[in-house]
Design a protein around this ligand. Structure first.
Ligand code: NAP
Ligand code: 8YV
Length: 311
């Protein structure tokens, strides 16, 4: 009960309450340097989320730290190498959010291609009596390129099959167990896609991978959907590609500098933006919270962690 747990980032209220009930919970954002220094030697667990950054310095400042529990599947914000160097385990919440993220990805794909947000505004602004809404882009039967065919990529592909889409993917390696076509070059995938869906993790390896050449390869009829991390897309190159008409539109749940979204992405008919909400349904947030608690409880009771990050 008096185990000290440090909460570093925003978490659902119910998860914070449950942590408070079970442990001696401290909130980093409400602490002074002196407050932190006073408990640092006793903090064994750090709880964070998918957007937050856990640096080597923060890890070093917590000498008793044994576990970093991430509320989210993406852990690109955590310096995992620093954690390993110190023998600190890292857990995340894979699987429980896959369906929601895939659902939103398809929602963004449809909203972008069929221009649903602009169509809504068209009615709102009472423009319909002056003439019909411009024609949009057909989804069924179109070519979908998925960059990162993991849990979420596969869930999107399964949904896209119901739209009779022609599905191909790119990643570090082909997965022979999957029925979809592998393309060993991202640029070639973009060239052969009407919609390019970004599903890879963030981090140094994927930083800016969707850049000007990839967007140019996607082409003036192509649309980009990003539900992974803002860091994967070179946002300036994206804005430039939209300005040049080098691509037709984008559906974005994630951004380079959240929660700030450049005006150039906010004020366009062919760009649909959502505030990093792909996993934010009540049901999934409860499941993610439960998994965070189970991982922390497992650690405190000496049981194997439920969902450690891959080694
Ligand atoms: P996952 O199952 O690990 O899938 C990631 C896929 O990307 C795998 O197929 C992996 O294949 C591939 N990959 C990894 N590193 C790569 C690289 N450097 N180059 C090319 N491909 C690479 O993860 P997931 O559960 O599908 O989640 C994917 C990401 O979605 C998360 O990491 C997170 O950033 C994001 N996400 C966003 C939201 C949101 O709210 N918008 C919610 C949840 C997740 P190999 O390892 O075989 O290469
Ligand atoms: C969450 C996410 O919005 O799982 C991830 O990687 O980005 C999202 O599910 C995030 O972790 C909550 O902060």
């Amino acid at each position: 009960m008096n185990q000290k747990v440090l909460k570093q980032a925003s978490l659902p209220d119910a998860l914070t309450a449950a942590l408070n009930e079970r442990y001696d919970l401290h909130e980093l954002t409400r602490m002074s340097r002196a407050d932190l220094a006073a408990i640092a030697g006793e903090v064994t667990v750090l709880v964070t989320n998918g957007e937050a950054v856990v640096t080597r310095d923060l890890i070093a400042s917590l000498p008793a730290l044994k576990l970093i529990a991430v509320f989210g599947v993406g852990y690109d914000g955590v310096d995992v190498a620093a954690a390993r160097d110190r023998g600190v385990a890292v857990t995340h919440t894979p699987g429980v959010l896959t369906d929601d993220v895939a659902d939103l990805a398809i929602g963004l794909l449809l909203a972008t291609s069929r221009n649903i947000v602009a169509a809504h505004k068209f009615i709102e602004q009472e423009r319909w009596p002056d003439g019909g809404f411009p024609w949009t882009r057909k989804v069924s039967g179109a070519r979908l390129g998925i960059f990162g065919m993991g849990r979420i990529g596969q869930a999107i592909a399964r949904r896209a099959e119901a739209f009779a889409m022609d599905i191909a993917y790119h990643g570090r390696r082909p997965d022979s167990s999957l029925p979809w076509r592998y393309i060993d070059d991202l640029r070639a995938l973009a060239q052969q896609s009407d919609f390019l869906m970004v599903c890879v993790p963030g981090g140094a390896e994927t930083q800016g991978k969707v850049n000007r050449p990839i967007l140019d390869a996607l082409g003036p009829q192509g649309m980009l959907i990003n539900i992974s991390r803002g860091s994967v897309v070179d946002e300036d190159a994206l804005i430039d590609a939209l300005d040049r008409g080098a691509i037709a539109g984008a559906g974005l749940d994630v951004f380079a500098n959240e929660p700030h979204v450049p005006a150039a992405l906010r004020q366009r008919d062919h760009v649909v933006v959502t505030p990093h909400m792909a996993s934010a349904t009540r049901e999934t947030r409860r499941a993610m919270s439960q998994l965070v608690l189970e991982n922390i409880d497992a650690w405190f009771s000496g049981q194997p962690l439920i969902t450690p990050v891959p080694r």
